[in-house]
Design a protein around this ligand. Sequence first.
Ligand code: C5P
Length: 236
Amino acid sequence: MSDRPQLVVALDVDDRESARRLAAELQGGADMLKVGLELYLSAGRGVVEDLIAAGWRVFLDLKFHDIPATVAGAVRAARSLGAEMMTLHAAGGAKMLEAAVAARAGESLPRLVGVTVLTSLERADLQRMGQAGEPQEIVGRMARVVKESGCEGVVASAHETAFIKQECGSELLVVTPGIRPAGASVDDQARVATVESAVGAGSDFLVVGRPILRAPDPGLAAAQIRAQIEKAYDAR
Ligand code: C5P
C-alpha cells in the first residue's frame, strides 16, 4: 500500500446483485469497498465473500458496540471473512476495544478502527447528549483510548484529523467519511469536508458513498475522486 490516501467506496445498496454490479463498475476507481449495515443485513456474509473472490479489499463497517465478551465473539466470527478493516464504536470503552484486539489472537488483520464522533453529529447534538465541548476535543479523547487499547485507527471527520495525528501520532490511521465536493448536498452528514481538505489534513482513508452511488456513472465518479486525491496528495 502506498502512502497515498485510499479511496473507500461505501456500497450502500440493499442486494447482492446490485453490490456485485456496482463493484464491477468501480474496478480501477476505488481502492477498497465498504460493506455497511444495509448491505450486510440484506445480503449477509455472501456479499463479502463475492467481493473478496473478485479481488477486492473489504472494509466491514458494522460498528460493533456492546459488552466486551459480545464484541470479542463478533470479532472472532468476522475474522474468517477476510475483511481488511472493521469498525467498532470507541464509546464502548477501553475494555471493549481491548477485548476486540485480543479476539484477533495475535493476527494483524482485520485492522480495527474505532468510530469516534459520527460525522452526522455536530456540537449541539453532542451537548444534548451530555457531551459538552468542541467535537475535536471529544474526538481527541476517544482517539487516545482507541490507540491505547491497541486498535490501528479511528473514524473521524477531516476537521479532527490533524489534531488526532498531533495527539496520537501519525501511525494511528484516520478514516474519514463525510466527504463532499464543495457546494454538493451534505445529506444527513454535518462535519463534512472536501477531498482536498481531508487529504491536506492527513486522512489515510476517504470514505465516499452517495456522491459516487448517485452519479450517472459511478465508475467515472470514483476515478475522478481518486485523481483528486492523487493531485491533492502531490500538492501537499
Ligand atoms: O453517502 P456518504 O458519503 O455520506 O457515506 C458515508 C458512509 O460512511 C456511510 O456508509 C456511513 O455509514 C459511513 N460512516 C459515516 N460516519 C461515520 C462512520 C461511517 O458516515 N462516523
